[in-house]
Design a protein around this ligand. Structure first.
Ligand SMILES: [Zn+2]
Length: 428
């Protein structure tokens, strides 16, 4: 008998999301193979998975210092949210109310709403004040089963405020159970003061912010919003070339409202992922497949904005691409930290299967943030991050729309959420 730190025993299902070729799961056949162990168990030692099997197999090989019985519950890999905007000064509920009462985007902008309102509010905040807000949001992610969050800057839009945003994100992540992957999104929008001299802002991002972000190692990724009203393809090329020169990996917000060639650009720059892609046509899809770029689809933003566009998940999956789903958590168009809800929308709005949505918020999402080596599946050698759902099968996750089924969350082999509450640090 081998002695290990922790045994999880008797789960009605352990969903490993393991197996198949290395990397994300591509296409319908692969994405529908989850790897489910009934009456499952997991052995954990020093924060890593040692073995997965049936409860009989595991108890005949391992003795656990601590044993957790998971009868009637389902164990999944910790969820990975591959696309969020968590660094902002305040929520925008007034703007939401205005929109519900019939105001259009122009009226909201005129009343001081939208992304520029977020920028104005953020610029006057101190780093420490931002950290507090981000920590609260990370707690919320954790309570919904998310153990890795990709977080972007992009509400500062000045040299000082973008750096402050990334530093706040780094500080908020320190000592928090949720791992944070940082993305520099200085090219989120052209700030109003540069409207008539866009090229100056583009070089500010490419020549001043980028080198400093890289020098201080403030981000793994650079992202850019390529869209009418945001950045053009030639502007994006300048910024992405600078990102590449400074060793940042690439993400692109593209084709949300119309196919403006953003997916082709992402493919050309061998981006790790491309985000939104609601309107991407066949040429773009083919290019993404060839360049092995992962589409990250954001259905909660579509839902919240009234379903004018819905990402075409089936076109990507049926073309053999790996698809990830994310919340797009932000104060304007998707104020939710709930990936379980996004999984429901993946099934109901995008035509995905329960198996595909689970893959899309675990293994494929981990690949979309460059953490596939550690996160996104339950397999020997991987980090022991798990979500334990109060449900007898994984199908309940997309089925119980909007209900938080998370019973407990384990990070590096330690229980950090139990019975829907974050445990105080000393008891972990
Ligand atoms: Zn976004």
């Amino acid at each position: 008998m081998k002695s290990v730190d922790l045994l999880l025993l008797g789960a009605s299902q352990v969903v490993t999301v393991d197996g198949g070729r290395a990397g994300p799961k591509r296409g319908a056949r692969d994405m529908n193979k989850l790897g489910v162990v009934e009456d499952g168990a997991v052995a954990v030692h020093r924060g890593r998975v040692v073995a997965v099997g049936t409860t009989n197999e595991i108890t005949s090989t391992f003795r656990g210092l601590r044993r957790v019985f998971c009868r009637g519950r389902t164990i999944l890999p910790g969820f990975v949210d591959a696309h969020t905007h968590p660094v902002f000064a305040k929520m925008r509920e007034d703007e939401f109310a205005m929109r519900c009462r019939g105001a259009d985007y122009e009226e909201i902008l005129a009343a001081g709403g939208g992304i520029h309102a977020s920028a104005r509010a953020l610029r006057i905040k101190k780093q420490g004040e931002l950290v507090e807000g981000i920590r609260e949001r990370l707690d919320n992610f954790l309570l919904h089963g998310t153990t890795v969050v990709e977080g972007k800057s992009g509400y500062g839009l000045t040299f000082e405020s973008e750096l402050k945003s990334l530093k706040a994100l780094r500080q908020a992540g320190r000592g928090h159970p949720v791992s944070v992957v940082r993305t520099f999104l200085g090219a989120h929008a052209v700030p109003p003061e540069f409207r008539r001299k866009r090229n100056i802002y583009v070089s500010e991002v490419a020549e001043r912010m980028m080198p400093e972000v890289a020098r201080q190692k403030l981000a793994d990724f650079c992202d850019i919003f390529v869209e009418r009203g945001a950045f053009t393809i030639p502007e994006a090329e300048i910024i992405l070339k600078s990102a590449r020169r400074h060793g940042l990996k690439i993400k692109v917000h593209a084709d949300q409202f119309r196919d403006g060639g953003g997916a082709l650009l992402a493919a050309k720059f061998k981006a790790t992922s491309v985000e939104h892609v609601d309107a991407t046509r066949k040429r773009g899809i083919d290019a993404l497949k060839k360049a092995r770029v992962i589409p990250v689809l954001l259905p909660s933003a579509s839902l919240f904005m009234g379903l004018k566009h819905v990402p075409q998940a089936r076109r990507f999956i049926d073309a053999g691409l790996p698809v990830a789903l994310a919340t797009d958590f932000n104060p304007g168009t998707s104020p939710t930290e709930n990936l379980g809800l996004v999984a429901s929308l993946g099934c109901s709005l995008l035509g995905m299967t329960p198996e595909e949505v689970i893959v899309a918020i675990t293994r494929n999402a981990a690949a979309a943030v460059g953490r596939e080596d550690r996160h996104g599946r339950i397999a020997p050698g991987r980090r022991a991050n798990f979500v334990i759902l109060d449900a007898p099968s994984y199908t309940y996750l997309p089925y119980r729309m909007g209900t938080n089924l998370v019973h407990s969350v384990i990070v590096r082999g330690r229980e950090v959420v139990r019975a829907g509450r974050i445990l105080p640090r000393k008891r972990r």
